[in-house]
Write a protein that binds this ligand. Structure first.
Ligand code: FES
Length: 257
């Protein structure tokens, strides 16, 4: 089993309302981490023992550092958002399986991120040896990571209120821009993933989805992340999988949403 390490905060900034970016020094994790994997971050308050899983937004292997971009959703993440350069945080990782970087090589790949599902797409796009189109969906004009994503691929933006880019969600942008991918990678809230899964299956496009939103501890301890999965070997077994241990990335046809 992997061991918790103590990492030092290099810097932290607020990117949008409730959305923070933190660079952490974590050489041993950066050396082996892959796009779509995550780390679990521990609270300093020992009464909140379970850590919070946060996906990797960027991996700088040369500098030995990791970037996480996360939303404050409770006491744990609020505590993390107050950490300053020089503070330390205990983290565990890299965890999870990540996106299939070999399989997308040379293909037309569409990466779709919704809300806090946008950050993992950045390292994935930067590392992909493929023709990369990205659709990132936000609630409003309070955007984040746009410059970085633009540098990593062809970027389309959607906002629910229509203030920037296509009005609506990531699915509206596929249709509006006539994007025809060979593979889709998606991360975001469950209703979005459900729509992406249905679209990909209808169009017979290979699609991988990251169910990271459904995780709570990230380390196999809380069982909040159990989901139903179908075997893809032709038999119709239904069995349970833990997203944090068996995922968070699954072939869309493998899981029920
Ligand atoms: Fe807690 Fe998977 S997230 S067991």
């Amino acid at each position: 089993a992997k061991a918790k390490i103590t990492s030092t905060v290099i810097r932290q900034e607020k990117l949008a309302e409730g959305v923070y970016s933190m660079w952490l020094a974590a050489e041993e994790i950066a050396a082996v981490a892959k796009p779509g994997q995550f780390i679990s971050v521990y609270s300093r308050d020992q009464s909140r023992m379970l850590p919070r899983p946060i996906s990797l937004c960027e991996i700088d292997r040369e500098a030995g550092s990791l970037r996480i971009v996360y939303r404050t959703v409770g006491k744990g993440t609020e505590e993390f958002s107050k950490a300053c350069a020089g503070d330390t945080l205990d983290i565990l990782g890299p965890l999870g399986n990540g996106f299939p970087m070999e399989e997308i090589r040379g293909k037309r790949v569409l990466m779709m991120g919704g809300g806090i599902g946008v950050p993992p797409m950045l390292q994935t796009a930067k590392e992909a040896d493929a023709d990369v189109t990205i659709i990132s969906g936000y609630r409003s004009a309070d955007l984040f990571l746009v410059k970085e994503l633009e540098a990593a691929g062809r970027l389309f933006i959607t906002t629910e209120d229509g203030s920037v880019g296509t009005k609506g969600n990531v699915m509206d942008a596929i249709r509006e821009n006539r994007i025809e991918p060979e593979v889709i990678l998606a991360c975001g809230p469950t209703p979005m993933l459900r729509a992406v899964k249905a679209y990909a299956e209808e169009k017979k496009i290979t699609c991988y989805i990251s169910l990271e939103e459904k995780m709570a501890c990230g380390i196999g301890a809380c069982l909040a992340c159990v989901c139903q999965s179908k075997e893809v070997d032709g038999h119709s077994h239904v069995h349970n999988k833990r997203i944090c241990k068996d995922g968070p990335v699954f072939l869309s046809t493998e899981v029920e949403l």
